[in-house]
Ligand binder design. Structure first.
Ligand code: SF4
Length: 493
């Protein structure tokens, strides 16, 4: 029976020492500090059993589950152990996050630091250019690529022929993958791009539950988002929430022999809107979800939440905190898009961000929600967008003021250059040469905030008695120091 291998590059096939937030570092360009130290800090090699990783990226686990359910002989393998399996394989499926480093965080870091390619892109290319993959390709291996970064290949199709990629799957792959893999096995011609249209997105029932552990216990609880920001790809997808029994099944795939998972990361575009069809949280459904997750682990965290939902139901945050925080867990995190401090530009591109509140009150909503979050031990990692189409100096000044108002809140604020995605694909990319003086001031304000809070964040993040954690925290502080020294040298701080 034909063998199908699944893998991703080393930056994705890493559990980042069990600290998911460190995964963010893979979008930093290489050469900031020695690459070997950087790799040690941010993307350690995943432990394997005979080359089979103990955890794998969640998206890859979904595809694995679908192929297995459809009776296909499928194996997920660590990229650095492909050699042991690839000669028996007919198809290699690779998941990629950001193949050329064009995603918002990597493109911003490389444009600002100017030291080279982001690791995430470097290692994806390295994988395709490895001897084992090139030799297997000559023998007739078919390569199928998918994942959140698949859109980038449309802008560089020549890369596909140069690197022997037979097909790129864009969008949610559950319905498409078995069909494409069977075509590859049967020697049929594959389309260079297979675009899963939003109307063909699978229903909740059609999305299989993962069968094996995901990186750091990441579990999807829903897909889609109702806020409809124009710059966002997610808005193209329908909103779906998984029922609790499906979530539990995926949690159980991450549970070890002691009946517990090391950590559970609940993933949705807005975990606080779990089970909701609009922008008002369904309190009971969210707290049920928290109780379920906490039953299986001492460490629950969220992938994303929204400022408006925090502000809309402070009681819900208190209840989540009561469930999550205990002797074993002192805080939890979530990525939150603040995007701007200017209601006027937000009205043009993301009017739904503040719903159910008025977008005109956005800066006050942000400060209020940040207080609620911190009071309840929720530490947000926030993002801003620099260079939105039609952004004026006045808009940027308002954003600076908002960041200054957040000075005393425990959070990280990362400014990201605008990337034309979602409904704004016809707009221009924002380049570092386009940064105005006032935008530079915004970057510096965020850098100062980041350096101040990231040091205490590291102390909280690694507040454990493990020696390995202490070593990593020293190395992370060394990295923060290197960024600080570079900023001082450039006259930024
Ligand atoms: S709130 Fe976030 S996920 Fe939802 S549309 Fe806006 S950017 Fe996308």
């Amino acid at each position: 029976m034909s063998l199908i291998l699944l893998t991703s590059d080393e930056t994705l096939m890493s559990n980042h020492h069990g600290k998911e937030f460190l995964g963010f570092g893979t979008s930093v360009p290489h050469n900031v500090i020695p690459d070997s130290i950087f790799k040690l800090i941010f993307f350690n090699k995943i432990p394997t059993k005979k080359g089979i990783p103990i955890q794998a990226p969640y998206g890859l686990r979904k595809i694995e589950a679908k192929l297995l359910d459809d009776g296909l002989n499928t194996l997920t393998v660590a990229p650095f152990r492909l050699k042991e399996y690839i000669n028996d394989a007919d198809v290699l499926c690779i998941s990629t996050m950001d193949p050329f480093g064009w995603g918002p965080s990597s493109s911003t870091f490389s444009k600002v630091l100017k030291t080279g390619k982001p690791f995430v892109a470097l290692y994806f290319q390295k994988l395709l250019e490895s001897r084992v993959v090139i030799d297997a390709k000559k023998r007739g291996l078919k390569i199928i690529v998918g994942g959140p970064g698949a859109w980038q290949f449309r802008h560089k199709p020549e890369f596909l022929t140069e690197h022997g990629i037979d097909c790129v799957v864009e969008g949610e792959g559950e319905h498409a993958i078995s069909k494409i893999v069977k075509m590859a096995i049967n020697g049929e011609n594959l389309p260079q791009f297979y675009d899963v249209r939003p109307e063909d997105a699978p229903s909740v029932e059609d999305i299989p539950a993962i069968k094996n552990p995901s990186i750091n216990g990441l579990i999807e609880v829903g897909r889609g988002c109702v806020r409809r920001c124009k710059f966002c790809e997610v808005t193209k997808r329908p909103l779906r929430w998984y029922p609790l029994d499906k979530v539990e099944k995926e949690i159980q795939a991450n549970v070890m022999k002691n009946g517990k998972a090391d950590s559970i990361i609940l993933h949705a575009e807005d975990v606080l809107l779990y089970g909701s069809k609009n922008t008002i949280p369904e309190r009971e459904r969210v707290t049920d979800l928290m109780r379920l997750a906490k039953r299986y682990t001492d460490s629950v965290t969220w992938s994303h939440a929204s400022i408006a939902a925090i502000a809309a139901d402070s009681k819900l945050i208190e209840e989540c905190s009561e469930i999550i925080i205990d002797d074993n867990q002192k805080w939890w995190g979530a990525e939150i898009g603040l995007e701007s401090g200017s209601p006027s530009i937000m009205k043009k591109t993301m009017a739904g961000k503040a719903h159910p509140f008025d977008i005109n009150d956005w800066p006050e909503i942000v400060v209020n929600a940040m207080g609620i979050a911190n009071d309840n031990k929720l530490i947000p990692a926030c993002t801003l967008i620099v260079g939105l189409p039609e952004e004026t100096e006045e808009d940027v000044i308002k954003t600076i003021e908002m960041v200054e108002d957040l000075r005393d809140f425990n959070c990280i604020i990362v400014p990201l250059f605008f990337v034309p995605l979602g409904q704004l694909t016809k707009e221009n990319w924002f380049e570092s040469e386009m940064v105005t003086d006032v935008q530079k001031e915004l970057l510096i304000t965020c850098l100062n905030h980041g350096i101040k809070w990231s040091r205490s964040f590291v102390d909280d993040y690694f507040d454990e008695n493990k020696v390995s954690n202490k070593i990593i925290s020293v190395l992370v502080k060394y990295f923060i120091g290197a960024i600080e020294r570079k900023a001082i040298k450039e006259g930024l701080i």
